[in-house]
Design a protein around this ligand. Structure first.
Ligand SMILES: NC(=O)c1ccc[n+]([C@@H]2O[C@H](COP(=O)([O-])OP(=O)(O)OC[C@H]3O[C@@H](n4cnc5c(N)ncnc54)[C@H](O)[C@@H]3O)[C@@H](O)[C@H]2O)c1
Length: 330
């Protein structure tokens, strides 16, 4: 299945975190589909927001620089919207350990503000919430399906879990239609590559494009990766499906790969490059989840979603983007 191109035509759509990696890729697609898109983003420098991300659609969207922690702004912004793609988030696991309160405020408390604003001022809105595989913690079994126990290993995982629970609760109790996607490592054009806050793959790509060696920590861990266009497809598919309301779905990748093999593949696709294997820094090791990969059969059976872009092709497109636009992301 592919998302129906007509469903969003003329629809009013609010994207929180819309200047970030996934939010901007989604917004580009929504504009192509004829939607009226309003982006809300705080542009906090440590996060993934970047005005360059929406350069190509700048004249067709509205941007409101505000913070989802501002209850009053959110009250106003949700009004009249048909859909809310709720992608604003603090995404760094390490930052959540060093500054747990900010993570709590953005990933949990602000989610309640958004839901309360919807309950009071726009109960007919439909909300899609981007959650994370981090809430499963260290897997008991692989691949991890949605029934796996939830044992977050960091503050970020706990707050994202609270966030997704609120959306399901408001769906069930107040009928504010919501759906949760638990994303695995997502990558592609417009991701943050300045540092490893969003994903280690970001800093790998940046160093490779800058012709510098990058570090692989340990290297044996298994992971799966979703190319951003596939994640965007899933967001659009669940938004247009009644069956998805009140549901939680995992997203996964087209293959399972160790980090060292990923490093080799990235270098092969790039045509050159180098990496150094290092032991895990002790503070990271504490919150590492070991091997992880996803069972995404639930969303596949319900909606037909599966990753379409192979890892090799996704990496190729990513490298091509950053070779061209590196200066806007350094
Ligand atoms: N990228 C991934 O691999 C991945 C994996 C799992 C879950 N997710 C989730 O997907 C969502 C989007 O992630 P992303 O990868 O696009 O990250 P991102 O950092 O690029 O995007 C998040 C955006 O939210 C904005 N933001 C942060 N705090 C805000 C606030 N208080 N008010 C308004 N805007 C705020 C940031 O400026 C940024 O533009 C996040 O909720 C994240 O937890 C992402």
């Amino acid at each position: 299945m592919i998302p129906d191109q007509e469903v969003f035509r003329g629809k009013k759509i609010l994207v929180t975190g819309g200047l970030g990696f996934i939010g901007s890729n989604l917004s580009i697609k929504l504009i192509e589909m004829g939607a009226q898109v309003l982006l809300v983003d705080s542009l906090i420098p440590e996060y993934g927001g970047n005005l360059f991300n929406v350069r190509d659609i700048e004249s067709k969207i509205r941007i409101n620089i505000s913070d989802v922690r501002d209850e009053h702004s959110m009250r106003y912004l949700v009004q009249g919207q048909d859909y809310l793609f709720n992608l604003a988030g603090q995404t760094s696991h390490m930052d959540s350990m060093q500054d747990p309160y900010t993570d709590l405020e953005i990933n949990a408390k602000a989610q309640l503000f958004i839901l309360e604003a919807c309950r009071k001022y726009n109960p007919d809105i439909k909300i899609i919430f981007a959650s994370t595989r981090q809430i499963y913690g260290k897997p008991d079994y692989l691949p991890v399906d949605e029934k796996h126990p939830l044992r977050p290993v960091d503050v970020n995982g706990i707050n994202k879990l609270a966030g997704e629970c609120y959306f399901i609760l408001y769906n069930n109790v107040y009928g504010i239609r919501g759906c949760v996607l638990r994303l695995t490592n997502t990558y592609g054009p417009r991701m943050r590559i300045k540092d490893a806050r969003q994903t280690f793959l970001g800093i790998w790509v940046r160093l490779l494009v800058e012709k510098m060696p990058f570090e692989v920590w340990d290297g044996h861990q298994l992971r799966d990766f979703t190319y951003v266009d596939d994640a965007v497809d899933a967001l659009l598919m669940v938004a247009q499906s009644e069956e998805a309301e009140g549901q939680i779905f995992n997203l996964g990748g087209d293959c399972v790969i160790s980090l060292e093999d990923l490093a080799r593949l990235l270098i092969e696709v790039n045509g050159s490059g180098d990496y150094i294997v290092r032991p895990f820094p002790p503070d990271r090791k504490q919150i590492d989840i070991g091997d992880y990969y996803t069972d995404f059969s639930r969303i596949h059976s319900a909606l037909g979603w599966k990753p379409k872009v192979s890892l090799r092709e996704g990496l190729r497109r990513t490298l091509e983007f950053y070779r061209k636009f590196l200066k806007y992301y350094q």
